[in-house]
Design a binder for this molecule. Sequence first.
Ligand code: ADP
Ligand code: MG
Ligand code: MG
Length: 914
Amino acid sequence: MTERWVYSFDEMRDAKRDAGNDWEAVRALLGGKGANLADMSALGIPVPPGFTITTKACIEYQALGEHIPEGLWEQVEDALTRVAAVTGRTFAEPSNPLLVAVRSGAQFSMPGMMDTVLNVGMNDHIVDGMIENTGDARFVLDSFRRLLQMFGTVVLGVPSEEFEKVLSSARNEAGTDNELDEAVLRSLTTSFKSLIDASASQPFPTDPTSQLHDAVEAVFRSWHSRRAYDYRQASGIDHNLGTAVNIVAMVFGNAGPASGTGVVMSRDGTTGESAIEGDYLMNAQGEDVVAGSRPTKPIADLVSEVPECALELFATARLLENHYRDMQDIEFTIENGRLWILQTRSGKRTAQAAVKIAVDLANEGLITRDEALLRVSPDQIDTLMHPQFTAQDLASKPVFARGLNVSPGAAVGIAVFNPDLTQQWSSQGHHTILVRPETRPEDVHGMLSADGILTATGGRTSHAALVARQFGKPAITGADIEIDLLARTVTSEGTTIHEGEWLSLDGATGTVYQGKLATTAAEVGNDALSTLLAWADQRRVLKVRANADDSLEADRARKFGAEGVGLCRTEHMFFDSDRLPIVQRMILATSEAEQRAAIEELLPIQRQDFIGLLQAMDGLPVVIRLLDPPLHEFLPSRSELNRQISELERQLPEADLNQKTTDLTDLTNTRTLLARVETLSESNPMLGLRGVRLGLKLPHLTHMQVQAVVEAAAEVARDGGNPRPEIMVPLVGHHNELAQQRAMIHATITETETRLGTNVPVRIGTMIEVPRAALTCEQIVEHADFLSFGTNDLTQTTFAISRDDAESAFLADYLDTGILDKNPFSTIDASGVGRLMRIAMRDAQKTAPNIEVGICGEHGGDPESIKFCHQTGFSYVSCSSYRVPTARLAAAHAALEGNPTPRNTTSLSAIGTS
Ligand code: ADP
Ligand code: MG
Ligand code: MG
């Protein structure tokens, strides 16, 4: 017996049996459209009769080198005969012909990506018979011209514009689509036929069966069309699944004034509100509604037009939503006052709508809270945490350029072409968009102070993209723009924007708008999002902390649900323009006294920083990391100093006497500075004097930082607060480093507390960010009250890859050519870096079974890495404040995945009684 390739819509029972009674397997076999059509027929919903050719047939067709598998046409013919019997019509029979739609439909919905041909089964002869039979020549000829048009483009490959050209000139003469009269339509069919004869390699087949066969093969082939491929690529759909083909008896929305066609969504796909939304057109067919050739009407109007159909449609939408337990996107057609449902699927929705719908469905009892959590992806939360543009503005402002949507969110600001100027203008309160050909690590200050980032080159893993995502900056890279850095302009398609003029970036779509669009700020208020996140909190095992360097960020993080600060990078406090000169004095000091003086100056500033943080996170742990980066990061670069020197030297001969004196002083100072910078320069700063080594080498600095922590805690406690400071030592490789540093820290704590007469417990822990530390955790934990994986450095040191260099040189290639399938700086490399982490965890627990272990690298906000942390048994993840809500949901997903709650299966009988 040959394989079964065909299932009629009324053979759901067989399909279920053959798919092992599993609904997902039925969808895999029949495609989503076919499975739901059969399902709806069984529910008694008015679906035109039809059948589905399985996805297996498509896969087999491809495997045979585009040949129809054995037995397929016979099975199609049998099924078609049954459809004919139900409709009382006969395929290819002129007086009362059965016409069919040949429709694609894969397992996962790919709206509009593959092809559909309507009105299959017509030719001149049949047209005459139909006109005789119906007495409606306009309707018959309209159907025929649509067949010629769709068959011509989909099957015969004639560019659709060719048909559109002919059509629009006919329309121009006659007014709108459905007003084309019989004569115009007749001449259209003639023009379409000659168009096909002229442009296609093959004539239009007049034999209905050939039409059917050709259309089926065209649908099979459309699985491999460019746009279908791109869509699958972008949505992570497997390229080997194939599409099913649905052959459905035609119902006619173009049969007259009591006919029409349209689309409804059972809820609003933009806001998620529980209100039916949709569009329709009377006397129209197929894609007219989507194509926009005629203005559509809002679905509410249908009630006055065909009241009974409208009410039946709304009731059906509700029924389908209950049945599938999700918002539905439904295609319908009304033929002479009779409603037909042609398709239903879970509707696409914005992130905002996804959250609202999931929460509402759970509150309505249609799904469980756990299901609601799983209905929203962490990435959708991420999108919501960025400011959004208002829909009205998006529609009204001109598009300036397009690029890659690498970091979501809305950003509005004035164009600035230089990172220093960006920082300057931002600090003066301006909103800025940093526009660069590409960005480099040295541009980061400008990127951080900008509201958004726009680059002309660079892909998804470019420096700009990664940095932007890391800091939640909306960004568009690789845009179709030309930048003139000298003229300070950016040009696209003939429009030029000068520095200081407004640009708006929609990082979610990669669209750049000219002008200033309105935005709404991200917040987790008293809304569906906060409800969903509260449900997530009940499920998750991992705690979520934030990386926050100041009280503002800590405040925000706490509002977003952070349960403490997992990392405060004290160096960020040193970069502020009022502190940097002091820090530089400390670094460049030539005597110990000079150095101590500078450090003394930093103490009150640092104390104030910590007070703010501890207050913002009152009652919650705040992990403060001692100074980590190599010192040269605080100094001007050698090339910059050399540039200044040659500039001064160049000016010197031309300057007047007064000027000459100042210039000479400047020159001497700059040369001295250069000499100091040169002595401090290291050939491998990343592996040089930094981290714990710095803390050991500059004991006064360590002392000052610890003293500031203890004094801050004392002051907060005195004011009635509950400070929980923790001190973290960076970049430890050997437990003796930590032992020594810990002794210094401990001594300062004791000394300060004795002096102040206070006693706020301060825990001391370390980062694990060097392979040696990970491998010697048994010893390291003897000196640590807690461990925190610094996965950025751990990834760099494990791969022996410097991230900044990799991103500008070869990381993109590695990802393109598949050497790496993911960027290890975004998602933990589970088999390498992750293995070290598991070993570290296991060994640490040997010595200290209850040791608290967390992660504070950028990976702490990445859903996949969060899953890893959950599985490895960490206590918490720490991520940037904006990612805290994302992490809360991701942690809940991780917990649910290990422990799924039973789901109500979508059974056919489920709806029968409701
Ligand atoms: P897509 O997957 O692109 O939505 P469909 O197969 O759903 O393609 O077909 C597109 C449109 O063609 C439908 O929205 C509907 O308006 C029309 N259509 C499909 N099948 C029929 C049919 N049997 N009778 C009338 N119109 C149909
Ligand atoms: Mg459709
Ligand atoms: Mg580090």
